[in-house]
Design a protein around this ligand. Structure first.
Ligand SMILES: CCCCCCCCCCCCCC(=O)CC(=O)SCCNC(=O)CCNC(=O)[C@H](O)C(C)(C)COP(=O)(O)OP(=O)(O)OC[C@H]1O[C@@H](n2cnc3c(N)ncnc32)[C@H](O)[C@@H]1OP(=O)(O)O
Ligand SMILES: NC(=O)C1=CN([C@@H]2O[C@H](COP(=O)(O)OP(=O)(O)OC[C@H]3O[C@@H](n4cnc5c(N)ncnc54)[C@H](O)[C@@H]3O)[C@@H](O)[C@H]2O)C=CC1
Length: 237
């Protein structure tokens, strides 16, 4: 007998839903009965995820939407699209959109620093603010915002000064959001995965991946489906 759908009639927004961890999160949320807004810079990738949701969870109202989380006008337009289609704010929002532009510090360009901080940190800020504002304005009784950090934000990593800063920032932003938004019934959490095999990690030199795989008890990278924040209590509204 199938487990009860714990997120029936819940609207979930997932940025970066077109790939990797974000796609796996969309699939898991849909399995739990949620209607999922798959948001990604690449509408083709978002539509690919949408096709999988329609196949695996037919009959639920899912949508694919293009947005650039690093640009406030794009986030504003996204929230307007969500409101006009669902007539309500998301109850769950997962900030999974992210990029890397790895380089050693002495060679790291300002552009590579800025682009990673703009997507990973500012993008998380813009979505968190917009979703929280929509919940407060609507009078909805709370929600859950889950932000993808990284263990790199805690311990640093060779070649990732920009990325590490962005993920450390996501953690600090999320802790502050949790303190400020609790009075509206909105809980905010950060997930800090280790290496998960996705298109993001495909860019990592094999010799580096081999080094890290050797540090991992299973001897391999994690898998996106094993990392969905749904397992980590996204439904703990
Ligand atoms: C609680 C326990 C924590 C344990 C530590 C966990 C921290 C790291 C785990 C990260 C897991 C989460 C990852 C994540 O959030 C998603 C991502 O960010 S995926 C991308 C991860 N990126 C990297 O790890 C950077 C990999 N490195 C590179 O891409 C290139 O090296 C770089 C572009 C920086 C430079 O390229 P190049 O000039 O060609 O130099 P080489 O590649 O030849 O490297 C020179 C030398 O340095 C070694 N090296 C490079 N990066 C790392 C690294 N991250 N860790 C260890 N060693 C590294 C490389 O192996 C070479 O060594 P040699 O012996 O000289 O061959
Ligand atoms: N894969 C890993 O080892 C780890 C990943 N993470 C984090 O998890 C999140 C997801 O990572 P992956 O699934 O591995 O990456 P991925 O590269 O597979 O997917 C990232 C998605 O974000 C989208 N995106 C990029 N910039 C965007 C923007 N400006 N606006 C909207 N969408 C944008 C991309 O199009 C892509 O579909 C990221 O925040 C990443 O930093 C954290 C720890 C480990």
């Amino acid at each position: 007998m199938a487990a009860p759908a714990r997120l029936k009639s819940t609207l979930a927004l997932v940025t970066g839903g077109g790939s990797g961890i974000g796609r796996a999160v969309c699939q898991r949320l849909a399995q739990e009965g949620a209607s999922v807004a798959v948001v990604d810079l690449s509408i083709d990738s978002a539509n690919d995820t949408l096709r999988r949701l329609a196949r695996d969870a037919p009959g639920q109202d899912h949508v694919a939407l293009a947005a650039d989380v690093s640009r406030s006008e794009s986030v504003r337009a996204l929230m307007e699209q969500i409101q006009s289609r669902f007539l309500a704010p998301p109850r769950v929002a997962v900030n999974s959109a992210g990029i890397t532009r790895d380089e050693f510090l002495l060679r790291l360009s300002e552009e590579a620093f800025d682009s990673v901080l703009n997507v990973n940190l500012k993008g998380t800020f813009l979505i968190t603010q917009a979703v929280a504002q929509s919940i407060v304005t609507s009078g909805q009784d709370g929600g859950s915002i889950i932000n993808m950090g990284s263990i790199v934000g805690k311990v640093g990593n060779l070649g990732q000064g920009n990325y590490a800063a962005s993920k450390a920032g996501v953690e600090g932003l999320t802790k502050t959001a949790a303190k400020e938004l609790a009075k509206f019934g909105i809980c905010c959490n950060t997930i800090l995965p280790g290496f998960i095999a996705t298109p993001m990690t495909e860019k990592v030199p094999q010799k580096v991946l081999d080094k890290f795989a050797g540090m991992i008890p299973l001897g391999r990278l994690g898998r996106p489906e094993g990392n969905s924040p749904v397992r980590k209590g996204v439904y703990s509204l």
